[in-house]
Design a protein around this ligand. Structure first.
Ligand code: AMP
Length: 443
């Protein structure tokens, strides 16, 4: 099938040609015709299959020929990065049209977003929490809205956005076209689909395995030796341009430090970073200015980073779906890629879960001339110590919560201070020596 056969507006066909798309992908071939007819769509397809264009092309075709100042299409995505990416993709497809849109995500300036919303646009791509915030303030005109898309529906639910989605849809005109795309369709998702979609066309791209040729490798290694093995793999195989996933923000930050100490250019992406920092990190990785992007699962879904040749699971994810999504960051749109998982003994069960989900066996690899230690020799895996700042010290926090700012005698209560560890040590020493002195008398 060709894009011409889909009878899209010529300005969209011109953009498709600019982007070098020759044929519609399966999700596009199946979703575009019914979406052009205005039907609701329930699509089981993961990112990397071309689903953004599958909903964006029918939307733009519908909005043409002219731009109006009223919002006509809304796309809700679970993460800020995905929202930006979807918005950029729609803008690229609309480049030969007069249509324009905005991206509205948390972490950016609310007032600037309000200004843009007030000025009007044809489409908006937004994260649910922030868009609901704007809706509550009464200046968003959704009266002319014709199309709603929920992208990565399962992720929206996992992240607890159901109440926001329900609130948002309560503001929208009931007569509209709704499209819902999701990598998986758990029962909760189907419930939402029943609530929001009217006799939808069902599309199942039906893959739980990474969408394109990805070679998947599992490297068993003691938890303590993970970094050593990773450094050796990087050196021997010349790994660059890799997306490296860690289980926690703290582990991601620690890994960044270790990779940087080896002289690599590394960026980090997780939810403790501000939006400008996250954008900068992604831009540096996309443009090849850094060798590694270390991320938590925030980046596992949705991000379309061209030519990620390598994905490294520094930690195996606990949800097998996340394994699929992480591996899906490489081998996109037909390119080949390699997904490497460093598997500590306690992560074997997680790899087994991923194997069950993807119906495949992942062969274990072993590095020649690398001195492996066993978990026994290595001792227990290093614990992630909590270095919480004073504000997150739970004792201090509960004390702050319980206590009024005044003492019972009406004096201002001095601010609670986290004890100085050195003073505490001295106190303990004094206490111990007092006890020692007392002992002979007790005898
Ligand atoms: P998505 O699943 O929408 O994130 O798309 C994944 C990647 O596939 C993006 O880089 C798109 O630019 C690319 N893509 C989308 N449609 C096509 C197509 N018909 N032919 C080739 N590449 C495509």
């Amino acid at each position: 099938m060709t894009f011409d056969a889909l009878l899209l507006h010529p300005s969209l066909l011109a953009a498709i040609a600019d982007l070098g798309f020759e044929h519609p992908t399966p999700v596009q071939a199946q979703a575009i015709p019914p979406a052009l007819e205005g039907r609701d769509v329930l699509g089981k397809a993961q990112t990397g299959t071309g689903k953004t264009a599958a909903f964006a092309l029918p939307i733009l075709h519908r909005l043409l020929p002219a731009s109006t100042p009223r919002l006509r299409a809304l796309v809700i995505t679970p993460t800020r990065e995905l929202a930006q990416q979807v918005h950029d993709h729609i803008a690229a497809l609309a480049r030969h049209t007069p249509l324009h849109g905005h991206c509205v995500v948390g972490g950016d300036d609310m007032r600037q977003q309000e200004d843009r919303i007030r000025r009007g646009c044809d489409w908006l791509v937004a994260t649910p929490g922030r868009f609901a915030d704007h809706l509550r303030r009464d200046y968003v005109d959704v009266g002319a809205l014709e199309v709603l898309v929920l992208d990565e529906g399962d992720r929206l639910l996992e992240l607890g956005f159901l109440p926001d989605i329900q609130e948002i849809t309560s503001y929208l005109p009931p007569r509209r076209q709704t499209m819902l795309f999701s990598a998986t369709l758990p029962a909760e998702m189907q419930g939402l689909a029943r609530q929001l979609l009217d006799s939808p066309v069902r599309i199942d791209i039906g893959t739980t395995a990474p969408p394109s040729p990805v070679s998947e490798e599992v490297w068993p290694v003691a938890a303590r030796q993970k970094f050593e093995l990773l450094a050796e793999l990087i050196r021997r195989r010349g790994i660059r341009g890799a997306l490296v996933f860690c289980r926690t923000k703290k582990r991601a930050d620690a890994l960044v430090g270790k990779l940087a100490a080896l002289g690599h250019k590394v960026e980090v992406l997780h939810s403790d970073r501000s939006m400008p920092e996250r954008r900068k990190a992604l831009a540096a990785f996309r443009s090849g200015k850094c060798d590694f992007l270390v991320a938590t699962d925030l980046a596992a879904r949705g991000l379309d980073i061209d030519e990620v040749g390598w994905v490294v699971n520094y930690d195996v994810p606990s949800a097998p779906e996340d394994y699929v999504h992480r591996a899906g960051r490489t081998g996109r749109a037909g390119r080949t890629g390699t997904a490497i998982s460093l598997m500590a003994p306690n992560e074997e069960i997680l790899i087994a879960k991923a194997e069950r989900l993807t119906h495949q066996r992942l062969a274990s690899s072993k590095l020649e001339d690398f001195v492996y230690i066993t978990e026994r020799q290595s001792g227990p895996a290093p614990r992630e110590h909590s270095h919480k700042p004073a504000a997150f010290n739970t004792r201090a926090a509960s004390r702050e919560k319980k206590e009024s700012p005044f003492t019972r005698t009406g004096k201002a209560r001095p601010a609670y201070e986290v004890p100085d560890p050195e003073k505490e040590r001295q106190k303990t020493k004094r206490r111990r020596s007092r006890i020692k002195k007392r002992l002979p008398h007790e005898k």
